[in-house]
Design a protein around this ligand. Sequence first.
Ligand code: ATP
Length: 230
Amino acid sequence: MSALVHPASARPPLIGLLGGTFDPVHFGHLRLGEEMREALGLDELRLLPAAQPPHRPPPVADARTRLQLLQLAVDGVPGFCVDARELQRPGPSYTVDSLRQLRADYPAASLVWILGADAFNGFTRWHDWPGILEHAHLAVASRPGSRIEGEAARLLAERGVAADALRERRAGGIVPVEITALDISATRLRALIARGASTRFLLPEAVREQIHQQGLYPRAAPTDGAPRQP
Ligand code: ATP
């Protein structure tokens, strides 16, 4: 985990936070992080693997393995780092708990929690979502044509800000960012690996090699809806 050090005279940092299961990490995640880094002018992009994601079935690979794959993925990537704090807490990995810790670590920073438009549509069902907005801004990644609806659309109308306003306050704004998403998912990768198909050019080579060496994802994951193989 890298620590952003900034002298008192420097402007406070703008830190992007990308949470996920990363089961395994792939170029869809990394490209999302890179486009957000560029669009928002982030000083740092932190990837936070969830130990126990609260709103979905348990991941296939254990948390230490997913962390190790993430570390291989960001090794040498400028501006990217891995933040393992959710592995150090017992129980469900609530975003608001991570943000409270990050706020204590970086009192002056503007924090930006990055999430997809689909996830944002369910944001008002997240554990203590108002607490999340007390500690961080949100950056909502939308593909051209994707829609923000219902409660989420109302929240965006109330809290929407432009990217260049994120440094003016430490938290509480919501900025939509159009990204050119890559059609890659961890679910699909696990299914490809399980049937011995090629995953080349979908994830970093170092991650691919490690998955192969450790024999990870040997069977179709029960969460992907595919019939179990004998
Ligand atoms: P799974 O298929 O197991 O559900 P996933 O590939 O969607 O996994 P997650 O770890 O759940 O990956 O995703 C973490 C974050 O990355 C989420 O905010 C998700 O919306 C985003 N994300 C995942 N894949 C892509 C992609 N191809 N393009 C843009 N964003 C992505």
